[in-house]
Design a protein around this ligand. Structure first.
Ligand code: FAD
Length: 463
């Protein structure tokens, strides 16, 4: 027998559906299991309902419904978050995946993007105009979560983080009101959403500054894992003195299979994935010192920007098991390099990897208090991911990832890039926002005093 409270909620869901343009997916629906899936196959949450919002007015109605019915609210953009923060148990998921549009304005090279777009769709729409917005390094991630957490990618050294290119956001707040956040309007809110994640409201539309990026010089270079210490030492000097046009993140990895040549398969490597922009002759020349390091594989050349963004998409389909750990680093000293060699050699499955993304060039010239993103002085955002298709290997990838992280954490800057974290507790969130946490907590109190938006790297409303 159903309780009166459940009956009340059920009848309200009927009236709620009537005011929506989009659809509510309920546990009894045949596509519920498909709709509750997120990118990380380790996440298995069962929401009370998923609202497939058609537009901003559906988002307003969903926020009001969730708040008035005391439902836990999760907001899903691209659904890629490592910790599964785009979904929740028993609550209401506000799904933005149908709020998609990319409008390119060639008069001033600005681009309006829907709150539910994926980066692939943005790159495909801007590329024909010879433009790109700094995103990440893979095309299947959501614009929403990646942007609000900061956004580190191939163009970071030349054009900064994604948030450094954000001009404006249209948002639905916890009280159901709609506002614009920009340098001129609600500037505190605009400061907070540039790094502070989904804590302050739901972004239904982003406006970005795009840049003239069309053909890039990119691809991977590999060295045997035994050379990790030497290559990391060289890389640190090289990348921190390289022109802004050259970006390259360093990794310990295993080559899992195609499209790489067969003789590399299942071997462990220290590698760098490059992306150089600007004059292609200069870009080519910039790789001379790389070749002088005698790599075993160097597959770098001219390609359209969307191609470098999709290089690894095929290797990383939806539904794999992912376990994440992260930290910022200033140095790659001898002990750190030793640990990278040790854990790089013991990578447990072909898709598990460690990446260090440079926070230098333009990304480092924004002040640590100019946006909520506090670690502008860190040299690298590091991330370790244990990845495998088989749930039976979940323990194996988790243990390796945790042990790798524990070995490196004492040498880190303290906090981590929040988009590379799982649910790791309040102390970690505070450490990651550092000196900006108190201001974020004050802005949270102003815009979301009841902490309605708390399925995220949560900033508690300040007292
Ligand atoms: C394969 C892979 C590659 C990645 N590569 C990079 C990379 O190169 N650079 C990088 O910086 N990060 C990268 N990431 C991390 C990525 O930035 C985070 O996973 C991010 O959370 C993904 O955003 P999403 O919208 O897809 O996620 P979701 O799971 O949908 O959301 C994540 C968080 O953002 C909030 N959110 C999402 N959209 C909105 C919105 N419109 N309004 C308000 N809140 C919103 C959600 O509520 C949730 O708290 C990668 C992740 C994966 C899995």
């Amino acid at each position: 027998m159903k309780s009166a409270a459940t009956d009340t909620l059920e009848s309200r869901i009927g009236s709620f559906q009537a005011v929506l343009k989009g659809r509510i997916v309920l546990p009894e629906d045949s596509d519920y299991d498909k709709e509750r899936k997120v990118y990380n196959g380790m996440i298995d949450k069962r929401p009370r309902m998923i609202v497939k919002c058609a537009d901003a007015s559906d988002v307003v109605a969903s926020v009001n419904f969730g708040r008035e019915n005391n439902l836990l609210i999760a907001v899903r953009g691209g659904g890629h978050n490592g910790g599964g923060l785009g979904i929740c148990d028993n609550g209401l998921v506000i799904d933005l995946s149908e709020i998609k549009f990319v409008q390119v304005n060639t008069a001033d090279n600005t681009v309006k993007v829907g709150g539910g777009n994926l980066w692939r769709e943005v790159d495909q729409a801007t590329h024909p105009f010879g433009l790109a917005i700094p995103g990440g390094i893979i095309s299947s991630t959501g614009v929403g979560g990646l942007t609000l957490g900061g956004g580190i990618g191939h163009l970071a050294r030349k054009y900064g983080l994604t948030i450094d290119n954000l001009l404006e956001a249209e948002m639905v707040l916890a009280d159901g009101s709609s506002v614009t956040a920009s340098e001129k309007q609600n500037s505190d809110l605009f400061w907070a959403i540039r790094g502070g994640g989904g804590n302050f409201g739901i972004v239904t539309s982003f406006k970005f500054q795009a840049h003239p990026v069309s053909t890039v010089f990119g691809g991977p270079t590999l060295w045997p894992i035994e050379r990790t210490e030497e290559i990391m030492k060289w890389y640190h000097d090289f990348i921190n003195n390289a022109p802004d046009e050259l970006n390259g993140f360093i990794a310990t990895l295993v080559i899992p299979g195609a499209p790489f040549p067969e003789h590399l398969h299942n071997k462990h490597f220290c590698g760098i994935v490059w992306c150089a922009v600007g004059d292609m002759d200069k870009a080519k020349k910039a790789f001379e010192p790389v070749l002088a390091m005698d790599p075993v594989f160097h597959h770098v050349g001219e390609m359209p920007y969307p191609a470098v963004q999709t290089l690894f998409d095929g290797m990383l389909p939806h539904g794999l098991q992912w376990y994440w750990r992260a930290d910022f680093f200033n140095e790659l000293g001898p002990e750190v390099r030793k640990q990278h060699l040790k854990f790089g050699t013991s990578i447990p499955t072909p898709l598990s990897q460690m990446h260090l993304y440079p926070i230098s060039g333009a990304a480092s010239r924004v002040g640590p208090e100019d946006t909520a993103w506090a670690y502008r002085d860190a040299k690298y955002a590091g991330v370790i991911v244990g990845v495998d298709p088989d749930p039976a290997n979940a323990d194996k990838i988790t243990t390796w990832c945790k042990e790798y992280h524990e070995a490196l954490h004492p040498y880190s800057s303290g906090g981590a890039y929040t988009n590379f974290m799982m649910e790791e507790g309040q102390e970690r969130v505070q450490a990651s926002y550092r000196h900006n946490y108190a201001r974020l907590a004050r802005i949270k109190r102003q815009y979301d005093p009841e902490n309605l938006f708390r399925v995220n790297q949560n900033i508690k409303p300040g007292v």
